[in-house]
Design a protein around this ligand. Sequence first.
Ligand SMILES: NC(=O)c1ccc[n+]([C@@H]2O[C@H](COP(=O)([O-])OP(=O)(O)OC[C@H]3O[C@@H](n4cnc5c(N)ncnc54)[C@H](O)[C@@H]3O)[C@@H](O)[C@H]2O)c1
Ligand SMILES: [Zn+2]
Length: 404
Amino acid sequence: MRFTLPRDIYHGNGAIDELKSFKGKKAMVCVGGSSMKKFGFLDRVVENLKTAGMQVQLFEGIEPDPSVETVMKGAKAMTEFGPDWIVAIGGGSPIDAAKAMWIKYEHPECTFEDMCKVFGIPELRHKAHFCAISSTSGTATEVTAFSIITDYAKGIKYPIADFQITPDVAIVDPELAQTMPKKLVAHTGMDAMTHAIEAYVSTANSEFTDPLALHAIEMVKEYLIPSYNGDTEARNKMHDAQCLAGMAFSNALLGIVHSMAHKTGAIFADYGAHIIHGAANAMYLPKVIAFNAKDPVALKRYAKIADFINLGGKDDQEKVQNLIAMLRGMNDELSIPHCIKNYGKDSYPCEQGFVPESVFLERLPEIAKNAILDACTGSNPRQPSQKEMEDLLKCCYYDTEVDF
Ligand SMILES: NC(=O)c1ccc[n+]([C@@H]2O[C@H](COP(=O)([O-])OP(=O)(O)OC[C@H]3O[C@@H](n4cnc5c(N)ncnc54)[C@H](O)[C@@H]3O)[C@@H](O)[C@H]2O)c1
Ligand SMILES: [Zn+2]
């Protein structure tokens, strides 16, 4: 087994200024649409790198849920500029895109298909090192071995997974997270909760990942709702909590909540919206816990989580029910719906969401098949059959009880 993290994690207010001490010649800064520019963080990154004596070039405009095309464009820009540092700043989207660009920059012969072979990335760092600066409190991609790229022709998200793409340096500066709008706080926060819980019950869990996962769960439970309601200190704590969850899941892997989120996120885009990653996780997590808890080892682990955060319960079954009730209560406080049927265009709960029942049922067999094939399914404590995955997804559509 292996446990890998970035060589350095700079954290706390002002950590972004550590860039001044970097050593190198040329830095390519990868960034999304506009938020980092608008709030002045992009300028600060560029100034800091120039202070470090580096020549700086920007690759701007990386879209949310980045595409294969964007990755190829960015890699081309890197090849032309020749950076020895890649610095990605923003949410999960620009950082993930930059990780995939880095692979292509180092190995131009590597196709997107090659990148998707789990733990099959050739050796990096012959041309550049990688620094990630996260501005959302959820994906923890600044410390993980993952990058999620969307193939829009297929409407499917593909996880690239290899410790080669674990960044060399992570900057976890909570100042960047203060500008997040409420909805983003809610979604990314529940993404972090899902990472920690899935890592804790994953079949690849270890003594090294357990403490990180448990502490992250405790922190998200305590700080997510106050952070959502505008508490600055709680927002700071959430930035650390999501990073701890990332350290856990990067080494313990995830489970089928993520498999299902990856395969439902973009598949209904022709009906007007995406199911945002964190919201999908928040809706599916309570259902998957009920399903996985039929496995005796997973049942014990969920009960341990419930004990750790003092949820009470006279036996393991009741403890798991309390954990499920707590998570559903958090969804209510964060205005996240409980099921796809009630997932409105703006991601808020509504009577009739944007995914019609007939469309869901028609696409269900294909979605279930793809979810089973997702890279996150292998480490789930219970391996679902095609029928079980379809039934589970139905529970996630109608918000019905999981009794199988
Ligand atoms: N690599 C991993 O380990 C991993 C894990 C989970 C999810 N993901 C992927 O990450 C992506 C989602 O990333 P995300 O949730 O961080 O969101 P994101 O990067 O897609 O950003 C969402 C929006 O928020 C804005 N934004 C970002 N930071 C902001 C800030 N501080 N203030 C104001 N606005 C801000 C962005 O401009 C963008 O419009 C998905 O593609 C998901 O599949 C990756
Ligand atoms: Zn996630």
